[in-house]
Write a protein that binds this ligand. Structure first.
Ligand code: GLA
Length: 329
């Protein structure tokens, strides 16, 4: 690792914490990079329902704890991710012993046990939680994504989750987190959801814009409009899962190297995006990358399996890329 370069988190200290997703392996393999450049961590998978609560009466915290300890030891903030999501949630949650669908009462009780146990465990460590992840439908066909949570609990499942999380840790900041949050159609639905929760005094304190972008979309203008609209609700915003793919979503080519154009466009995007974020430092209180460096990004397997992508600020050897220089200058 290049140790003489400027630290990211120190560069942005006057604006917002700079975070990254980590896992129980990268806290070892990427330790130097993490300690130097990041002052906030999110567990990439280790705190999700399916990971910590694989069966009704069994919780598994070894990996999540190792991340929490690493954050504490290195003086980093810790975000909690995530309490209620359609993904990575084990089947048992929605089923009775005989395989039939559970009642609303049973599912609410399970959600409550889960939230009390997980939020309670990290009460003194985690300062904010992504309480509900990705509950809004992308397409115009529905308002909510059609999930088992919605099906069994009904439309108040979101407020229930926020109320339970608030009860479990009244000090934690509670976020609604989603992707494509800057495209007008989904943006307006997220806005409507959060406005409605706020109006009814449900404890929600922020919106997480995941920020799985690519070098072509969304535009800076779309991002700015989304920030303005959400900020008008009087809540905080965080970029929670930032990466900037060099491929458009439909582009399934596998290049050996990114083209010069890709590298320039990516650096340009990151540079302008961070300029914009700085302008909104009163409302943005965290920016988290979804991984420390290109060797460990989930985009190396999505949407094309086993294809190298280069979405982050540090390369496979943990060296700074053009995009890094653009945002520290
Ligand atoms: C979503 C989830 C994250 C992660 C990414 C892909 O954005 O919120 O937890 O699973 O997908 O890695």
């Amino acid at each position: 690792m290049n140790t003489n370069i400027k630290s990211l988190w120190q560069t942005y200290e006057a604006y917002f914490p700079i975070g990254t997703a980590v896992n129980a392996t990268t806290i070892h393999t990427h330790k130097d990079l993490l300690v130097k450049h990041f002052n906030s961590l999110t567990a990439e998978n280790e705190m999700k329902f399916g990971e910590v609560h694989p069966a009704e009466n069994s919780y598994y915290f070894e990996k999540a704890d190792s991340i929490a300890e690493f954050a504490l030891k290195n003086n980093m903030k810790l975000r909690g991710h995530t309490l209620l999501w359609h993904g990575q949630t084990s089947d048992w949650v929605f089923k009775n012993g005989n395989g039939t669908k559970v009642s609303r009462e049973v599912l609410l009780k399970r959600l409550e046990d889960h939230i009390n146990t997980v939020v309670g465990r990290y009460k003194d460590r985690i300062y904010c939680w992504d309480v509900v992840n990705e509950a809004i439908e992308d397409k115009s066909s529905h308002f909510f994504r059609q999930t088992e949570w919605l099906d069994i609990l009904g439309e108040d499942f979101i407020e229930k989750a926020f109320q339970l999380a608030h009860k479990a840790d009244p000090k934690a900041m509670l976020f609604y987190n989603d992707y494509n949050a800057c495209y007008p159609e989904k943006r307006d639905k997220i806005y409507q959801l959060v406005r409605n929760l706020k109006e009814r005094e449900i404890p929600i304190h922020g919106i997480g814009l995941q920020g799985h972008f690519n070098i072509y979309t969304p535009t800076l203008e779309e991002i700015k409009q989304a920030i303005d609209k959400y900020a008008s609700l009087g809540i905080k915003l965080q970029i929670t899962e930032l990466d900037v793919s060099v491929y458009e979503f439909e582009d399934h080519r596998s290049l050996k190297m990114p083209t010069h154009e890709m590298i320039d466009k990516q650096a340009d995007f990151y540079g302008k995006f961070f300029e914009l974020l700085k302008e909104y430092k009163e409302v943005i209180n965290g920016v988290t990358f979804w991984g420390p460096s290109d060797d460990v990004t989930w985009l190396n397997d999505f949407p094309v399996y086993n294809r190298q992508n280069w979405p982050l600020l540090f390369d496979n050897q943990h060296q700074p890329k053009e995009a890094y220089w653009r945002i520290v200058q």
